[in-house]
Structures are given as structure tokens and as C-alpha cells.
Design a protein around this ligand. Structure first.
Ligand code: OGA
Ligand code: NI
Length: 341
């Protein structure tokens, strides 16, 4: 495990004076119709370019309706507004990561936020656990499951774009995701007040960021953010704000995409500032492969000049060790650098 020599969170925030200084906004309407058609080439090039530079981009004409997005925001606000006892009754635990939580640790430091995680219905293949839902709020579950389905459809389309961008057939990775993906949705609430500021437990009284810097573990993340900014990506010594754009959805690549692409794409380091003036909500969907999938560089990106840089990573065990936002500090987080050849 490499130790960081610089404190990333102390690096400066960039002045962003033009759109060139920011992550691209990509119209994916053609990609949704037929990713292999000539009309999609432009979007695929822009996605490939964004993944080689920022690791982040925003998509418009993404196929998720305004009505559905309004529903999911309404239910998200309602969940975090529930009385504390109701939230405590769906608390996640060491064995079962699904449910509500307000003491997230990223890089072993506490974050200033509340969280609710859920995945596909049934017993999940990594933890062997099922979702927790608030009692007597049936619309919450229905809305959330429908939104997860929409994110899955969008992610499968984006995956086609990633494959085409790496000179592979559009459906090359489909079998690792279509019926058996281990994606999940996280509802994030960043209050202005620190929910645990009064804590008497040592190391728990400081929460200086919304989320400490990290990379997402899986393939790609589909993120809805509200109009309150705070998300930043690290690039070449600076932190850059990801602007809030009405109607756009933020996409970023994760660690597994970096491995599949043999480092052509980088999983971007990102963080969320602590909210001071206004509270903020965000909703990432983490699109992850099947538990049994072994992730290693794809055939189109390796040859004699560019040998594979990684040993195969079993996704189920990687995710089990990483948890993408841990329940608590149970030791050092697993990183893809440990799998480097
Ligand atoms: C995350 C994350 C960004 C945001 O939950 O992994 O990076 O804007 N969220 O909340
Ligand atoms: Ni993240």
C-alpha cells in the first residue's frame, strides 16, 4: 500500500473561468437510440476523451424523465425528514450494509452527512443480505426501485459507449452486468449542522468535509446532485468544482473501469465540501459488475507494447473489503494499486 506524500485535501481549488476548465457536457440522445450507429460516434469520442482526462462528465438527453427525477427527490427529502427513531429503526449494521447511516467513514475519517443505501431486491450475492425499508412508506420503495431500474438502463447504454470507445463491440461487457450486476443507489444528505458534533467518542467530533477524497470502486457512477454545489474532482494539483446543471446527470468512472482499460481511463479522485450555508442532497447510483466477475484489462487495450498492468480482481471480494463507504474502520481499505503487476 502506497502512502500519500502530499495532503490532497490541502491542494488549492482551481479558478474556473471558461468551460474548457470544466468537465464536458455530452448529449447522449443518439447513443440511447443505437450506440453502434454513425450518429453516436461523436458522443462516444467525447466520453472516451472525458474518461482519459477528468474521469467525469455530465450527460444531457439521458432518457430519465423530469417527472421521475422529481419523484425521487421528493422521496429522498421525505426520508431524511423522518423522525430520528424511524431512521434508527432501519440502521445498517456490520453484517448488512443496506439501510440508513449517519457516521460514514471514507479514508477512515468521519464525513458530515447522512446516508441511505439500497440495492436490487432479494438476497444480494456479496453480503447475503436484503434491503431495509422504512415501515409504512410504500411510495418510497416503489419510487426508489423504479429509479434504480432507470439508472441501470442508462448505465448499460453508457457501458456500450465505453466498450466502443475502447474499440470493442458495444455488447462486450454486457454479460458481466445485464442480469447479475451488483449496483446500488445511495441517498446522501449533507446537513449544515454536524449530526454527531456532540459525540463524546474520541475521533468522532471532527467532520470537516461532506465526503473525504476517494475514488468510487466499481465501473461507473450515475449521480444526481441538487442545485447546491460542493462536489469537486482532483486533477493535476487542483480541485475543480463540478457545476450543478439543471437536467444534467453527472457520470464518473470507478476503479474497475481503470483496470479494464489498463489505466487508459483513470478513476478520478473526488470529494464533497462540508455544507456551511445550505444543506445539500445527492443520489449516486454505483454501477457494479456481477459478484463473480474477475476484472482484468480488456483484450483491446493490451498488446506486446502495452502489457496488462493488473492481476485479476474478483469484484465480489474487492467490494466486500471496500464497501464503498465503510460501516467503520475495520482496517486499511483495499485499493487497485495492490493488484498492480
Ligand atoms: C459518493 C460521492 C458525490 C456527491 O457518494 O461516492 O462521491 O456529490 N458523492 O454526493
Ligand atoms: Ni464518490
Amino acid at each position: 500500500m502506497q502512502t500519500e506524500t502530499i495532503d490532497l485535501d490541502k491542494q488549492p481549488v482551481a479558478e474556473q473561468s471558461s468551460s474548457i476548465d470544466s468537465v464536458p457536457v455530452i448529449d447522449i440522445s443518439e447513443l440511447l437510440i443505437d450506440s453502434s450507429a454513425a450518429a453516436s460516434a461523436n458522443a462516444i469520442d467525447q466520453i472516451a476523451q472525458a474518461c482519459q482526462t477528468w474521469g467525469f462528465f455530465q450527460v444531457i438527453n439521458h432518457g430519465i424523465s423530469n417527472d421521475q427525477i422529481a419523484d425521487v427527490w421528493r422521496e429522498t427529502h421525505a426520508l431524511f425528514a423522518l423522525p430520528a427513531e424511524e431512521k434508527q429503526s432501519i440502521l445498517r449494521s456490520k453484517d448488512n450494509p443496506w439501510g440508513f447511516y449517519d457516521n460514514e467513514l471514507t479514508k477512515n475519517q468521519r464525513d458530515k452527512k447522512e446516508v441511505f443505501d439500497f440495492t436490487r431486491e432479494g438476497v444480494d450475492p456479496i453480503y447475503g443480505q436484503t434491503n431495509r425499508w422504512p415501515q409504512n412508506h410504500p411510495a418510497f420503495k416503489t419510487t426508489m426501485m423504479a429509479y434504480q431500474d432507470s439508472c441501470t438502463r442508462l448505465s448499460l447504454k453508457l457501458l456500450e459507449g465505453f466498450c466502443l470507445g475502447l474499440d470493442l463491440p458495444a455488447d462486450f461487457m454486457r454479460q458481466d452486468f445485464a442480469d447479475n450486476h451488483t449496483g446500488f443507489v445511495r441517498l446522501n444528505y449533507y446537513p449544515t449542522k454536524d449530526p454527531l458534533a456532540e459525540s463524546s467518542i474520541e475521533h468522532q467530533a471532527i467532520a470537516d468535509l461532506g465526503i473525504h477524497h476517494h475514488t468510487d470502486a466499481g465501473a461507473l457512477t450515475v449521480l444526481l446532485q441538487d442545485e447546491v454545489s460542493g462536489l469537486q474532482v482532483y486533477r493535476d494539483g487542483y480541485w475543480y468544482d463540478i457545476p450543478t446543471i439543471e437536467g444534467a446527470i453527472v457520470i464518473n468512472t470507478g476503479d474497475m473501469m481503470q483496470v479494464w482499460s489498463n489505466d487508459i481511463y483513470n478513476a478520478p479522485i473526488h470529494r464533497v465540501l462540508a455544507m456551511e450555508a445550505r444543506e445539500r442532497y445527492s443520489i449516486p447510483f454505483f454501477f457494479n459488475p456481477a459478484a463473480s466477475c474477475t476484472v482484468s484489462p480488456l483484450p483491446s487495450v493490451i498488446d506486446e507494447q502495452n502489457p496488462s498492468r493488473y492481476h485479476g480482481i474478483e469484484w465480489g471480494s474487492f467490494r466486500g473489503q471496500r464497501s464503498d463507504g465503510d460501516f467503520a474502520d475495520y482496517g486499511t481499505e483495499v485499493q487497485i494499486s495492490q493488484y498492480r503487476k
